[in-house]
Design a protein. Structure first.
Length: 503
């Protein structure tokens, strides 16, 4: 049987096969791991974690991993049972009511757009350290030099991801898989290179260096802030399932891809952070806690110019494929919701280009929206951390809108999981699900807390509550007044046998 000759059970959910089913096992794994993106996350926010937590910040990595692994295990069960585009939205739709599922999809979609913006800002953190000529605007020391340059590079990357996604999933997966392959090799080589240059004893991982003295909550309060750097990396693993309609044998491929992506990111990313701290000759260097220094500075200091620069180029590649994966996931979510007529202009948004077999309009709209957010960020120095934090919180909320209904199903005895021999947690399902819910709620509150250290002084310290409140409020107002009355699979996407059975 050819890859495209089956809908892999898609008709079971009432949909016809309209996307190109051509993604294999490695490409599925690559989609999940490129969204997490080991090098993008570790290099983008190491400076932030180190600034607030010092070397001890490393311990936030295994803490976040354990929490997110619980969520990933729940998602692996769902991925085997519901291999449908727009993972979070479609999972919630089968676990809860229409309002809950719509809100899950809306939050995840909006977060995806914001995340694209956050990821593309990673170019600015790395490119000028490779070559000063990449700083087009001034010399980087002017009031808005840094941000304006970040917007230019970010817009260039968004244009690239928009064009690639509009061209088709095959091109996207080829670029993404090649980029992930390079990223994984580079990450392993960085681990080895840093590992053979260790100069600090493991005891530095327990030295708070006086951080947090006099601050609310002491060091623990600062550690909770530093944990943002780790929380930013380990999410988006559901992307492997969001591409389920384009994956060969998705019921078996997606669950393993989700778990492998999370575990690989934890192991390799954790070793990079650990060995970077142990290999840095001067941990008291204030530049380690600055965006112009950070992990990039460690690489250049420990490994030297040419080799360090080569690794930073690999980081740029990682940022590129990460932005591509995030953009792709957002498109699939928008398509999934539009196909159910759950968004304004659903028919146009859900239209699949007959030649390229991909939704083109969502690709363009997400690209435009991300650039608009970039432009708004100019003149607000704290915007990078704020944008990053808001994106993470919204994704944690979207995940909760899946794990909470799933937990309710388990408690009512309405969830067996693993039907048809696919991935199942068995008796571990209930405790894993409970931990996933508690973890998600605790981290969402921690990340949204209006700290001046994270968001800045004044009104912007409340940006998480303001932005997320507006997104939820406006979205729910539209849905309750108009959207819920229009729900239903668009005729052009209804499974053929359902059309034939209709009177």
């Amino acid at each position: 049987m050819s890859q495209g000759s089956t809908d892999d059970g898609l008709s079971e959910f009432g949909y016809s096969q309209s996307l190109d089913r051509s993604i294999g096992k490695f490409a599925s794994f690559a989609a999940g791991i490129s969204y997490i993106s080991i090098l993008t996350g570790t290099f983008q926010l190491f400076y932030f974690g180190f600034a607030f937590g010092g070397p001890v910040y490393w311990w936030s990595w295994p803490v976040v991993f354990v929490g997110q692994l619980m969520v990933a295990l729940c998602f692996a069960e769902l991925a085997g049972r519901y291999p449908v585009a727009g993972s979070v939205y479609n999972w919630s739709k089968r676990l809860a009511g229409p309002t809950t599922s719509w809100l899950a999809g809306w939050m995840m979609f909006t977060a995806s757009v914001v995340t694209v913006t956050a990821v593309v800002l990673g170019y600015q953190l790395t490119l000028p350290q490779i070559w000063s000529g990449f700083q087009f605007v001034g010399d980087g020391t002017g009031e808005n030099d840094y941000q304006l340059n970040a917007v230019i590079w970010g817009a260039v990357l968004i244009l690239f991801t928009t064009l690639v996604n509009a061209f088709g999933v095959k091109l996207m997966t080829r670029i993404n898989s090649a980029g992930v392959f390079i990223e994984l090799i580079a990450a392993v080589l960085i681990v080895i290179a840093l590992g053979v240059n260790i100069v600090n004893p493991p005891s530095v991982l327990f030295d708070t260096g006086g951080i947090g003295e006099g601050a609310p909550g002491g060091y623990f309060g600062m550690f909770l802030i530093a944990a943002l750097a780790s929380a930013y990396v380990m999410y988006g693993f559901d992307t492997a399932s969001s591409l389920g309609e384009e994956t060969v044998d998705p019921r078996r491929t997606a669950p393993s891809a989700i778990l492998r992506a999370v575990i690989a990111s934890f192991v390799i990313g954790g070793l990079i952070l650990l060995f970077a701290i142990l290999a840095m000759p001067n941990l008291a260097d204030p530049a380690l806690g600055e965006s112009s220094g950070g992990l990039q500075l460690v690489i250049l200091t420990v490994l030297g110019g040419p080799i360090g620069t080569l690794f930073l180029i690999c980081v740029v590649i990682a940022v590129t494929v990460c932005a591509l994966a995030v953009h792709t996931a957002g498109i699939r979510l928008m398509f999934a919701m539009a196909r159910d007529n759950a968004l304004p202009g659903g028919a146009r948004l859900a239209r699949v280009d007959p030649k390229r077999k991909t939704p083109v309009v969502p690709a363009v709209l997400i690209g435009v929206a991300a650039v608009v957010i970039l432009l708004i960020s100019v003149g607000v120095p704290e915007i990078f951390t704020a944008v990053t934090s808001v994106a993470i919180i919204m994704i944690y909320i979207a995940y909760l809108l899946v794990t909470v209904p799933l937990l309710i199903k388990r408690l009512r005895g309405e969830w067996s999981g693993g039907e048809g021999g696919y991935f199942s947690l068995g008796r571990l399902g209930l405790p894993v699900n409970i931990i996933a819910v508690l973890w998600g709620a605790a981290m969402a509150i921690n990340l949204a807390w209006p700290r001046a250290d994270v968001y800045g002084e004044g009104w912007i310290s409340w940006i998480a509550f303001i932005f997320i409140g507006l997104v939820m409020g406006i979205g729910l107002l539209w849905f309750r007044l108009r959207g819920r009355h229009r729900l239903g699979t668009l005729p052009e996407h209804v499974a053929k046998q359902i059309e034939q059975e209709a009177p």
